[in-house]
Every structure is written in C-alpha cells, then in structure tokens.
Design a protein around this ligand. Structure first.
Ligand code: UD1
Length: 376
C-alpha cells in the first residue's frame, strides 16, 4: 500500500498508522510517498525526524505553486509511482492538496482509495481544504472518521455507510505517544525568555495563524494582529510563524507589530516544541484544524479565529470556542477564559490513542476481501 504525506499536518497522522501497520500480525506492507508540498526543514524534516518517520522512500519534490499547478504537479509525478508500485491501495490523510491529488490519480487507475479523517465539513467552500475533503471522500472506497457525526455528512453526500468506519483520531494517537517527550517552553523560548516572556505571573498564550482567510488580506491581518497585541498587553502571546504568514507580514510591512514583548514571534515550532507550548499555555489562539483537536485532548482552552469549524466536536464536547475575526468578540472570550479558566471539556469518544490500531485491523480484513482484490 502507498501512504501519502505532503504537508505538515499529514506527518502526525501518518506516523501512528505506519507503526500500527508494522505492529499488526501479519504486518501490513506499506510505503510512504512524500509529495514534497512542504519542503522547508522547519515545516518538513524536523517533523519527520521528531515523529520517527525518517526520510520517506519516495519524494516527488513538488514544492509550492498555485493550487492548480501544485495539484497538477502532484498528479503528474504520482502517476508513474502508482504504475511502478502497483499498490493494493493508496491511503491518504487529511485535506491538503496532496490528499486530493493522489486520491484522484489512484481512483482513475482503479486503485482503491483509503481516506483517514473523512467526513469533516466546515460547509465553507471558500476554504480550499473543504473542496479537497468533499472530493476525496467521493473518491474513497474506505473511509475512516474521527467523530461520529462525520457519518451524517458522508451519507448526505450519497456515500454508502458500509464504507465508513468510526475509529477515532490518529492525531491524538501521536499526541499520546509523544506527550512525555514534549519540550518545555523554557527551552523553546530560551532567547525570548530574556525579554521576560516566562517571567510574568500571568503565564502566556500560544498563537498560530496561517489560513489564507486570515493572513492573505491586509484588511484582515492587520486588525487581527492589533487585537492580538491587545491580548499581549495582558499576557505575552507566543507565536510560531508559518512561512505563508511570515511572507504576508513582510509584504504588508507589519513586522513592527511583532514587538517581542506582547507578541513573541518564533520560527515554525517543531512538533515536540508545539506540544510543550500548548500544554503550558493559559489558552491557545489558532486557525489550525489539528490544534483545535490537540487542545481538546490536552484540556487547554482553544479560541479559534475562524467563522466555522469542520471539527464541531471540539466545540460541542471539547475546550474550543469558535470566535471569528471580530475584535470585540475575541477580546471578550479571552477575558472570560482568563477569568474562569475556560471550558473544561471532555475527551471525545475513541480519542484514546488507539485509532491507528483500529485502522490497521479494519484494513487488514478489507484488503483480504475478494471484492477489493478484484479492483486491482
Ligand atoms: C497547507 C494546507 C493546509 C495546512 C497547511 C499546514 C492545502 C490546500 N493547504 O497550507 O491545509 O493547514 O499546509 O501548514 O494543501 N512554504 C514555505 N515552505 C514550505 C511550505 C510552504 O515557505 O515548506 C510557503 C510558500 O511560500 C508557499 C506557502 O508557504 O507558497 C503556502 O504553502 P502551501 O503548501 O501552498 O499551503 P499552506 O498555506 O502551507
């Protein structure tokens, strides 16, 4: 089986799956294909190393481009790999361009497609990931979901429920596995600590921001950073900056807003560094999908700077509050969280560290099914 990764959030999803395939008896033969969508050491190799993935056997080195060019390049370079490897299935995770690009190649070659993290919907088609989610699920032959309600989304789109398995969240498998190795914030902030970030009795907040809807338009990004600086007046905000966001901040001439005291900018944090920051933060501000889930698993309040979430369970059962981009709303939720400690939340069903073992069990049975074998 070929297992595809491309962008940063894919790495924490594939790591426990590969481990579960290797530990399964009999082992499930699988090989990682990296599309090279993310390529910077800070976005890529440091994650592969920290998660024990190493260097994938096959790297398509597609790099950055517009959505159309990047997706086309992924498809163009993945097709000969499928021809050469003749896999029993292609497994894709999440919702990035590598997910849809490789699923489409496999489906057109009648190679069964397995989608891990199926059925999540923001119902917001301006989000590139939403398009990737809907289309990948249409192409998939076997779909693994992280939350129960995802099944309804899939059934509404005409997908046969027999193909869908609720197994839990592989990202939380990785979190469980690595929490003991999380890097203390003192270490991650060793330079910033000189300016007193960890010296305040208020603790700190952690921030991540990279969605095009938040960072690509100066009229959105500038007021957001102003609001965050206001929060920084109450407690320091530690901000590992995604390359897309760094690029936009420079392009719009907003570097002065990252003043090192109220907002402490860092290079993209490694997985273990980010775990340490999230675990110790008073709260986390984010527009990431994965971080909404990780904070729920850690019991740390999360304030999501988006108008919607494709992961509603994090708001319904977990610690997440979806606030959008309005300054007053963000500041009032921050005040509430500082006053009350925020939502306590509970751990969603099957977010127990064993999702990838369930996936391996289902896949093993599925691959033996004559109907699936007949496809390839
Ligand atoms: C991608 C995913 C998004 C995911 C995010 C995590 C899609 C549609 N989006 O968005 O769902 O949450 O990854 O990071 O697949 N860049 C670098 N170095 C890198 C990678 C990117 O400098 O290693 C810069 C480039 O300027 C590039 C920009 O970041 O143009 C955006 O990268 P891209 O892969 O297109 O999308 P992300 O915004 O990272």
């Amino acid at each position: 089986m070929l297992c595809v990764v491309g962008a940063r959030p894919n790495f924490m999803k594939i790591a426990p799956i590969m481990a579960a395939f290797a530990a399964h008896r009999p082992a499930i033969p699988a090989c990682i294909v990296h599309t090279g969508q993310h390529y910077d050491a800070a976005m890529n190799q440091q994650y592969l190393d920290a998660l024990g993935i190493g260097s994938p056997e096959i790297n398509l080195e597609v790099g950055s481009a517009t959505h159309a060019v990047q997706t086309a390049e992924i498809m163009r370079k993945f097709e000969p790999v499928v021809d050469a490897e003749n896999p029993s299935a292609v497994l894709v995770v999440g919702d990035v361009n590598s997910t849809i690009g490789c699923a489409l190649v496999a489906a057109k070659k009648a190679v069964p497609v397995v989608h891990v993290e199926a059925g999540l919907r923001s119902f917001d088609r301006t989000m590139p990931e939403e398009i990737n989610r809907v289309l990948t699920d249409q192409l998939a032959d076997l779909l693994f979901t992280t939350e129960r309600d995802a099944l309804q989304n899939l059934v509404r789109e005409g997908i046969d429920p027999a193909k869908v398995h609720f197994v839990g969240n592989v990202m939380i498998d990785t979190l469980h596995r690595n929490l003991g190795r999380a890097v203390a914030p003192e270490v991650t902030l060793k330079h910033a600590s000189a300016s007193g970030v960890l010296g305040t009795s208020h603790g700190f907040a952690a921030l991540t921001l990279h969605r095009p809807s938040n960072v690509d338009d100066r009229r959105v990004l500038e007021p957001l950073l102003k609001t965050i600086a206001e929060i920084g007046g109450r407690l320091p905000v530690v901000f590992p900056v995604h390359p897309r966001t760094r690029d936009r901040i420079e392009k719009f001439g907003l570097e002065h807003m990252l003043d090192g005291k109220r907002i402490v900018a860092l290079p993209p944090a490694g997985y273990l560094e980010m775990l340490g920051l999230m675990r110790s933060a008073r709260f986390v501000l984010t527009d990431s999908g994965g971080i909404q889930e990780e904070t729920t698993a850690l019991g740390v309040p999360c304030i999501t700077l988006r108008h919607n979430t494709e992961r509603p369970i994090t708001a319904e059962e977990g610690t997440n509050t979806v606030v959008g981009q309005d300054a007053d709303r963000i500041l009032s939720v921050v005040s509430e969280v500082l006053k009350t400690g925020g939502k306590k939340g509970r751990i969603p069903d099957l977010w127990d560290g064993r999702a990838s073992v369930r996936i391996a069990d289902v896949l093993h049975r599925w691959l033996k099914d004559p109907a699936v074998r007949a496809l390839t």
